[in-house]
Design a protein around this ligand. Structure first.
Ligand SMILES: [Zn+2]
Length: 253
């Protein structure tokens, strides 16, 4: 598959323009090859039609919108990428990332989408539900970095016939991010792990295979533990450590 990745843009200091607004009215550019489907990670293995998503202007609750924007800005600084972010309704309950740049958010580093029912469920799934949402978003930010770093994306893609290593790497880094924010609340990590399990699968040979629930849990906890044991580390080190971990620990069949 030929994948048209956006130019590698790593802005250390950026004017944050994460957005929770806009209505999807224009079809997406299909990339270098119009026959290719845009790549979407965390979509279901049945495929994900970006153009059919019902993009919302927000969650419908101002306080949640504000908290989301605050978290997104924090993660944009932490991960040093600047994706657009949209909430959508209907369709499949999922959170996903794509290198596609929506026409209403030019200049961004791809796009993260979060289904509203799932977001609401995550917010209600723990006393500190916001930490679950933060963990899911961190997983998606890692995909944005993978899209931006061609070499990293290529290595993780070629390491397995499915997207498994891309997903487990994102789980590791999400666990690392959880460690930076919630190292004193490891119970939130377990709740996040359960929620991610629900998005996991056991279709080992399917190209959409994300890793088994157990593998995802191991990756998440390893990332969390990496931060706890290396509190002076940074995202660059975590990305490297995550790649080494997932490609060495998990079976490649
Ligand atoms: Zn994913």
């Amino acid at each position: 598959m030929v994948i048209a990745l956006p130019a590698f843009i790593r802005r250390i200091s950026v004017a944050i323009a994460l957005t929770l607004c806009c209505t999807l009215t224009t079809s997406f550019a299909a990339g270098a090859d119009d026959q290719e489907q845009p790549i979407v990670l965390c979509g279901t293995d049945a495929g994900f039609d970006l153009q059919s998503l019902n993009i919302l202007s927000g969650t419908g609750t101002l306080a949640i919108d504000r908290a989301l924007v605050q978290e997104l800005m924090a993660q944009s600084r932490f991960f040093r990428v600047r994706p657009a972010f949209f909430v959508y309704s209907g369709g499949i309950q999922n959170a996903l990332a794509t290198p596609e740049v929506f026409p209403q958010t030019p200049g961004t580093d791809g796009t993260i989408l979060y289904q509203l029912d799932l977001l609401t469920e995550h917010l209600n799934s723990a006393y500190f539900g916001g930490s679950i949402v933060a963990g899911v978003i961190a997983h998606e930010f890692t995909h944005i970095i993978q899209f931006s770093d061609r070499d990293l994306y290529s290595r993780l893609s070629k390491a397995h016939s499915t997207v498994k290593f891309l997903e487990l790497h994102a789980d590791f880094v999400a666990g690392y991010y959880m460690g930076t924010k919630f190292s004193h609340r490891s119970e939130d990590l377990e709740t996040l792990a359960r929620k991610i399990f629900e998005l996991g699968d056991n279709n080992f040979t399917n190209i959409g295979h994300h890793g088994t629930p157990q593998e995802r849990h191991v990756a998440l906890r390893a990332g969390f533990r990496y931060y706890v044991n290396n509190p002076n580390s940074n995202i660059t080190a975590a990305l490297v450590e995550g790649e080494a971990f997932v490609t060495s620990v998990f079976p490649d069949f």
